[in-house]
Design a protein around this ligand. Sequence first.
Ligand code: GAL
Length: 411
Amino acid sequence: MKKFAVVAAMATALLGSTAVHAADVEVIHWWTSGGEQAAVSVFAREFDALGEDKWVDTAIAGGENARAATLQRILGGDAPGAAQFNPGRQYEELISGGMLLDLTPLAESEGWANFIRPASISEACLVDGHWWCVPVNIHSWNWAWASIPAFAKAGVELPTSFDDFLAKAPKLKEAGIIPFAIGGESWQINGAFGVIQTSMLGLADREKILKDKDVELAKSLMPNVFTKFREFKQFADEGSANRNWNDTTNLVVTDQAGIQVMGDWARGEFGVAGKVAGTDYACLALPIDHPTVSTGGDIFLFPKQTDAAVEAAQLKMASMMVNPQVQALFNNAKGSMPIRDDVDMSLADDCMKKGLEIIKDPANIAVDAGRWLSNDTTGQMNDLVAQFWADDSMTVDAAVEQYVNILATAE
Ligand code: GAL
């Protein structure tokens, strides 16, 4: 049972049951870095400004931790009012179990199907004709963030490809720069691995492997990906083990590291640090010779509640999140792209504009692997790639054999 805000309870007592009573909506998310906090504060402020209801913030560091806590709370009968997930299969059991507020009437009244794009984003929430969640942004993994001063200090130009980076990395090292910044968490390592996989295989073969589970194709193409990935390890730093993503990004922000392969949520960190794209740092859309955008990002879902006031507040929150003005403010702080085209992006910096240009052509869109892989399969791949990164004694053949087995047994 959700407690009413004190003011609302007093108002109800004074005015009787006819008053519109307020509701607290507890929101679980994992946005704890500087940039993420700046962005989630936009949502909280805009929701509270609607008047009656209140955003109650429950931030849990780490996507895997936050999602596990949310699922535990919902299945334990103590569901929050809203929760963040990545678009895709992470919440398929909540949909099939009928545990979510059906947003379809709201979505149809506001025309979400007409403005939420691209399809790989709307399809993550519009399932079997019902809207079970609200997409709030598009985040792409397919970026490298480069410190312009660090490359200048090493006397080399910004990289024009992964191989060009690997050729220049020794110069960065000689100049006392960490060439390749990466954090030791498995999702970070597997994320960077996935970007290198996309760049080396191209979108079509990547889809045959990850979506169609083409084991034979994986056997022939994945050895080169694992081999290439290991070439980066010599250019990482000793401090990478267990380092979180934003502390790793900070190495590039402060010109201590050359590049980080990371989703464009990293842009939010440059933003809060007052860094300017094109001057202080470069956002390299990957692969550099044929830039793509992966359609990751974030959605919010609204577990069913027993309190009608909370349900009304949930609907107001969902509507607020797709509002064009809120979309502009939130995405510029978050470093992500808006889920609709009719948003004033005059505030957007060169990196955001670059992404918005790339995403216009469907041929440049790499569907995020989370659409195709279950939580369990993703977890197995995260663990395998993290083990391969950490353990130099693990051979490419052994890694490929395990990778192929994961594909072969994926649900
Ligand atoms: C992603 C999420 C982003 C970003 C990142 C790091 O899964 O979509 O919003 O915050 O995690 O926490």
